[in-house]
Design a protein around this ligand. Structure first.
Ligand SMILES: [Zn+2]
Length: 449
């Protein structure tokens, strides 16, 4: 399909729109195939967010272990048990890493899959790409899940959607609208993330209003940039029913800005390309885990950490039978809580996603420090920033300033750095946009060594 992509990239706007709509017809047919409608009918998204059904999860887990041990070549070799007594008893089961998926390749999947496999590819922020498989049955479940989640967030069925994502709409140097087109099969205004800034935000709002968008989806940071411009200009002409973001995360402060600007709740999601949707964020900022997944937090040696301790996530996809992901380590870190969120949902949740495994800064003494969000806490006058590190002990900050920004505001950042990193050399510059990964995601930390 790469020639199609080349044709698309060289095509004029109207041809792009036509091609995107033809592709959407094809995708919609695939998405609504298999068991999609049965899942969609049976799914109660509110119940799924409110509580985890442990008995059902245990049943799914044991079905997965038995199937994997019998059918999947890799697990025929490594799985020594085919049943556990409770969902917390996973210690005897080996972890799965990206390197293992690379090495084992086709041995990770059912040689004769029931409904077929879908081949995926991730670019990887560290430059190491990954080819992986997903069980098509799981994907139909997930399409139904997303549709139910969108309905939940919008409060209506079939509401029109405004989506901000990295689908190329207009060339990056184009400086006049439209920066969007309608994808009719999905009732979606597909908007470019490449053109969102303080000058164009009004064009985006007008397009979304004219289209009648009720729900927002897509890249959180671009929604945040729109929201910042709206508040700066006291422009409240567009309110939505809800926004569901995927891709890069927003801080609590950024999320509040988006909620205020669009007068609606924001539901951030957490997932990975390999496993799909894992958790949905509540109003307290916590990511509640859906029944279809189990999440553990482990230390560097792979030991299970007690509730509330920060570590690496290991995810088990309970439904993916023909391409199993059991105790899979996607490279994300976080803090897990079993219950007690003030939002009222009783399900297990990730209290905080603390970054990628490779997201750390190196101090002058060679110490690796994680949880970089702490450095920017309380720094005023800034829309967003990105930290670049080329050598240990030094950092360079790229910041997008607000109108009222003053250099003295960076003293707070210096103070935070002293507290968490010790003495560091800090330089900074004002920029109009932040560097993105090839996927279009904003990277808040770039360490180049
Ligand atoms: Zn909650």
């Amino acid at each position: 399909m790469s020639w199609m992509k080349t044709v698309y990239k060289r095509a004029p706007y109207r041809v792009r729109q036509l091609m995107a709509n033809l592709e959407a017809i094809r995708r919609k047919r695939i998405r609504h195939g298999g068991e999609y409608y049965r899942h969609y009918q049976e799914m109660d998204i509110e119940k799924m967010l409110e509580e985890n059904q442990r008995e059902k999860q245990l049943e799914w887990l044991n079905r997965l272990l038995k199937h994997s041990g019998e059918i999947i070549p890799h697990y025929q070799d490594v799985l020594s048990i085919d049943e556990v007594a409770c969902v917390g008893e996973l210690a005897a089961i080996p972890f799965l890493t990206k390197d293992m998926i690379r090495e084992e390749g086709i041995r990770m999947v059912n040689p004769q899959p029931q409904k077929g496999l879908w081949k995926g590819w991730t670019g990887g922020t560290t430059g190491s790409s990954l080819v992986f498989h997903r069980d098509k049955q799981t994907m139909h479940y997930e399409y139904a899940l997303y549709d139910r989640l969108y309905e939940f967030a919008a409060g209506v069925r079939g509401g029109k959607v405004a989506r901000l994502s990295n689908v190329p709409i207009a060339a990056p140097d184009v400086n006049h609208p439209p920066y969007w087109f309608v994808i009719y099969p999905f009732r979606q205004l597909q908007c470019s993330i490449d053109h969102v800034d303080g000058n164009t935000y009004g064009d985006y709002l007008k397009a979304m209003l004219d289209y009648g968008a009720e729900l927002g989806t897509g890249y959180g940071f671009s929604w945040y940039l729109l929201a910042e411009s709206m508040l700066a200009h006291h422009d409240r002409r567009l309110s939505l029913r809800g926004i569901v973001t995927d891709s890069e995360g927003l801080t609590d402060e950024q999320r509040i800005v988006v909620e205020e600007a669009f007068s609606c709740p924001v539901y951030q999601t957490y997932g990975t390309s390999e496993v799909g949707l894992v958790a949905v964020q509540c109003k307290e900022g916590h990511y509640h885990i859906l029944d279809r997944c189990l999440v553990e937090v482990i230390d560097a040696e792979g030991n299970l950490l007690p509730e509330g301790e920060e570590g690496e996530l290991a995810i088990t996809d309970l439904l993916s039978m023909d391409a199993p992901y059991i105790r899979y380590r996607p490279g994300d870190r976080g803090i897990l809580r079993n219950s007690g969120c003030a939002c009222g949902w009783q399900s297990t949740y990730i209290e905080e996603l603390t970054g990628r495994v490779e997201d750390y800064l190196v101090t002058a003494l060679g110490r690796k420090v994680r949880r970089i969000g702490r450095l920017t806490k309380g720094v005023k006058g800034i829309i967003a920033m990105q930290i670049v590190q080329d050598v240990p002990g030094e950092i360079h900050v790229r910041l997008i300033p607000k109108d009222d920004f003053q250099p003295v505001f960076m003293d707070k950042m210096r103070q935070n750095c002293r507290e968490f990193l010790g003495e560091m050399t800090i330089t900074w510059e004002e920029v109009s946009e932040l560097e993105r990964a090839p996927s279009g995601k904003v990277r808040y930390l770039i360490r180049r060594f």
